[in-house]
Design a protein around this ligand. Structure first.
Ligand code: ACO
Length: 359
């Protein structure tokens, strides 16, 4: 697969993750909801999830994951010039979680939040790689972080069992620069630093992507209140408008179809087949959705990364958590073709084919 063109070059300098310490098992939920381990396991594959206590919400989790990733990269926060946080559960409505993270880390890097719900990581990966490949940024912190427990009705068994909290981060860098503190790096090079240029060693980064919204599914997953249409009030709180409302069965059906189509378009644009995928990191909403996508696309089940059994649906964090765990375990190698695909409210779907490579 060395002949594939890299459309947006970006190397991975480091990765990190952060999870709340509190583990909530299916048995724990069974004690307070009309549910049981068998139902949850059979329908979703989830055995336990992490639920944030105060001080472990989206912002602090994102900061912890970012510090972990910077440490792994051997970089300081001041070496970073872009912070992107994929989230649909921002720490506060304003300022952005990215701004809070940058302030806490002590960097003047630019930054913004990107909300594509559970599909957020794929969108943010494509966006960050594009900003790096155009030279607008040179070293970026890309974070997926969500605290879904704060937008789920704890008494609604249909949704409370599904979600968990967490964050993970990647440090992505323009591969044409050497991984040195910014003061020691000159102007952008000719993309040949480190011997990565030329046909022999393809650049790491984005090969192809597919970003779509199935608008027919726009009402299948929503939080009706708390925005400009219906600001939070005593009435919206009394009606539970601050919580997720979900039509699970229809969402399931559409998610399988949309993700399969998106994966096929992404692989088709790159001219590769499912057999060429080194690792598949699908969003972890439900093990049965993942199984159906794997079966229909022909991607090898033993090349599929997952964590839903341990963390539940962590929204924009689920894919980077899987990548960070696989990288930490030494399972990802330079040149590997990584396929990530997320879906969520919208119905938003974001799929990226990525050539993994350290920078
Ligand atoms: N425990 C026990 N019974 C339950 C529970 C529970 N936790 N939740 C629902 N049930 C019951 C229902 O009340 C229903 O009972 P009934 O037949 O007496 O009416 C029965 O189980 C079947 O309910 P369904 O909703 O039809 O169950 P289904 O097989 O569809 O599974 C599930 C539900 C797991 C939610 C599935 O539809 C699903 O995973 N859908 C996709 C959800 C998803 O991906 N959401 C996240 C998107 S990502 C984002 O953007 C946040």
């Amino acid at each position: 697969m060395t002949g594939l063109a890299t459309r947006a070059a970006a190397g991975v300098a480091g990765w990190g993750s952060a999870l709340p310490t509190q583990v909530v098992t299916n048995a724990d939920l069974q004690r307070r909801l009309d549910t049981d381990d068998d139902w949850i396991t059979t329908r979703t594959g989830i055995k336990e999830r992490r639920i944030a206590v105060d001080g472990e919400t989206t912002g602090p989790l994102a900061v912890r994951a970012a510090r972990d990733a910077l440490h792994a990269a051997g970089l300081e926060a001041t070496d970073i010039d872009l912070v992107v946080v994929a989230t649909c559960t921002a720490e506060v409505p304003m300022p952005s979680t990215a701004a809070l993270v940058a302030a806490e880390l002590g960097t003047t890097a630019g930054g913004f939040d990107l909300d594509a719900a559970c599909a957020g990581f794929g969108y943010a990966l494509a966006t960050t790689a594009s900003l790096l490949s155009t030279g607008i940024a040179r070293r970026a912190l890309l974070i997926g972080a969500d605290t879904m427990s704060r937008v789920v009705d704890p008494d609604d068994r249909a949704t409370a069992v599904l979600f968990g909290d967490g964050a993970a981060a990647l440090v992505l860098t323009d591969p044409s620069i050497v991984n040195l503190p910014s003061a020691q790096v000159g102007e952008r090079g000719d993309r040949s630093v480190g011997g990565r240029s030329g046909a022999a060693t393809p650049l790491p980064g984005l090969i192809s992507a597919d970003l779509v919204i199935d608008g027919a599914g726009v009402d299948l997953l929503r939080i009706p209140a708390g925005g400009s249409r219906l600001p939070t009030s005593a009435a919206t709180l009394a009606a539970g408008g601050q919580f997720i409302q979900m039509e699970g069965r229809e969402l399931f059906r559409r998610a399988v179809r949309e993700v399969v189509d998106s994966v096929e378009r992404t692989l088709g644009r790159a001219g590769v087949s499912a057999a060429d995928v080194s690792w598949f990191a699908p969003h972890q909403a439900n093990a049965r959705i993942v199984d159906a996508v794997v079966a229909r696309t022909g991607i090898a089940a033993d090349r599929t990364l997952g964590n839903g059994d341990r963390y539940g649906n962590t929204s924009a964090a689920s894919i980077p958590l899987a990548l960070a765990e696989a990288a930490a375990a030494g399972r990802l190698h330079d040149g590997d073709l990584i396929l990530v695909s997320g879906f969520g409210a919208g119905l938003s779907v974001g799929t990226v084919l990525w050539r993994w490579g350290r920078s």
